[in-house]
Design a protein around this ligand. Structure first.
Ligand code: TYD
Length: 395
């Protein structure tokens, strides 16, 4: 049974940055109710009413995985590690974005699946790219021209697809007998521990735990046999899944992580009710801190026009009443306005300078990279604000 535990209010699509704030474009802005629920049977946490993927993953999709130095390095290390452990002949990625992971393998060994046409366009001349949504039809189409796949990789994508049944059945079709599916997604235990409620937005239809993945893949003749903690996106899990009939055995590491999750109460609805209370408190604290700073006539901006900050801005009702603007290094976010709260987005070259007193860390998951990069700002008295793991000024 699905039980709701968190109401983050009316939210826009996290990646729908607006080109203009004319009456016409505001009228057509899409909003949905962001309710988060817990399934008492499978322990799966999900957005109650997912948005139609065709509205989300369009040829305007803004996120570029290779935008961050941290992620470029992480994908390279992952590619090398997986190559060494599984020695795959063919590798396929579901949600290949701008090719930041696949580019680490020989071109002839890879297949990219990317439904956002603007992103598929980037990789189509580098390696075989299918500009489609992942489903059974596509798995059959690929199998007509290729052999079965030994390594299927998918980072921050499976949790975005509402239909898990279709997704895993299509994976089962195309995976070789001893092939491995490796998926990475933000982990529920990290979110509960660091109160990062902004990991809930339209794209994150699911926030997985090892407990939930273990239960779900079983339904499709698949087996979760290993899991690894990784630091990406504020704490993620990397799941290793194979066919029931293959040779892999469940690892001790998996058993330990499942035990940790049980201890944290990820199989218990009360844990999520308590989490919701903390989220509410975090909102109050953030708004109060910003009000206090604003009273002193200080200039506040936000650093990183992230999808996560869409949740924070709209839930806490933070707009130009608090922030002068948001800065972001991504070219196709610059000159636009944030979804829902309509804060202008500038390039760091234009907006990140001595006039700024405080910068809210919208990209808190890159805190280390950003604090290292912005030493000069901090030295000259600039301050960062974060809400993760709790609301505070970072000095
Ligand atoms: P990301 O962490 O992928 O978050 P989300 O999935 O919530 O959108 O996005 C980070 C954003 O922050 C991306 O748009 C690039 C931007 N960014 C900067 O502007 N400066 C930086 O130094 C870093 C690391 C990221």
């Amino acid at each position: 049974m699905k039980k709701n535990f968190l109401n983050l209010g009316k939210q826009p699509i996290a990646n729908s940055f607006l080109s203009s704030i004319s009456k016409k474009s505001l009228r057509s802005e899409y909003f949905y109710k962001l309710l988060v629920s817990f399934d008492t049977k499978s322990f799966l946490v999900s957005v109650k009413e997912p948005v139609n993927p065709k509205i989300q993953y369009t040829d305007k999709y803004a996120h570029r995985a290779s935008e961050s130095k941290t992620m470029r390095a992480a994908f390279k290390t992952t590619a090398l590690k997986l190559q060494k452990r599984f020695k795959p002949k063919m590798i396929m990625e579901i949600g290949s974005n701008d090719g930041v992971f696949l580019k680490n393998f020989p071109k002839k060994k890879v297949i990219a699946i990317e439904p956002c046409k603007n992103l598929a366009e980037i990789t189509k001349n580098k390696f075989k790219t299918y500009p489609n949504f992942w489903n059974k039809k596509l798995s059959k189409k690929i199998l007509k021209k290729n052999s079965k796949i030994d390594l299927i990789f998918s980072a921050n994508t499976i949790s975005h697809i509402p239909n898990l049944k279709e997704t895993f059945q299509a994976i089962f079709n195309i995976l070789s007998e001893n092939g491995v599916l490796v998926i990475e997604d933000p982990s529920l235990s990290s979110i509960i521990k660091i109160n990062s409620y902004d990991q809930f937005y339209d794209e994150h239809v699911y926030v997985f735990s090892a407990l939930a993945i273990d239960n779900i893949v079983k339904r499709y003749n698949l087996l979760l046999f290993d899991v690894e903690k990784i630091s990406n996106h504020g704490g993620s899990l990397r799941y290793f899944i194979c066919k029931n009939s293959s040779n892999y055995k469940k690892t001790l590491r998996l058993k330990n992580i499942i035990e940790e999750e049980k201890k944290l109460g990820l199989n218990n609805f009360n844990t999520f009710k308590e989490f919701a209370k903390k989220v509410h408190k975090s909102k109050k604290q953030l708004v109060n801190l910003l009000k206090k700073i604003k009273k002193k006539n200080k200039k506040i901006i936000s650093y990183g026009a992230t999808y996560k900050s869409t949740t924070v801005f709209n839930y806490c009702r933070l707009g130009i009443n608090f922030f002068h603007y948001v800065t972001d290094t991504t070219k196709n976010k610059q000159g636009k306005f944030t979804p829902g709260m309509h804060i202008p987005i500038l390039s760091p070259e234009k907006g990140f300078n001595e006039s700024v007193d405080y910068a809210f860390l919208g990209a808190w998951n890159f805190k280390k990279e950003i604090l290292t990069k912005e030493k000069k700002f901090i030295k000259s008295g600039g301050k960062f604000i974060t809400h993760v793991p709790k609301v505070k000024i970072v000095s």
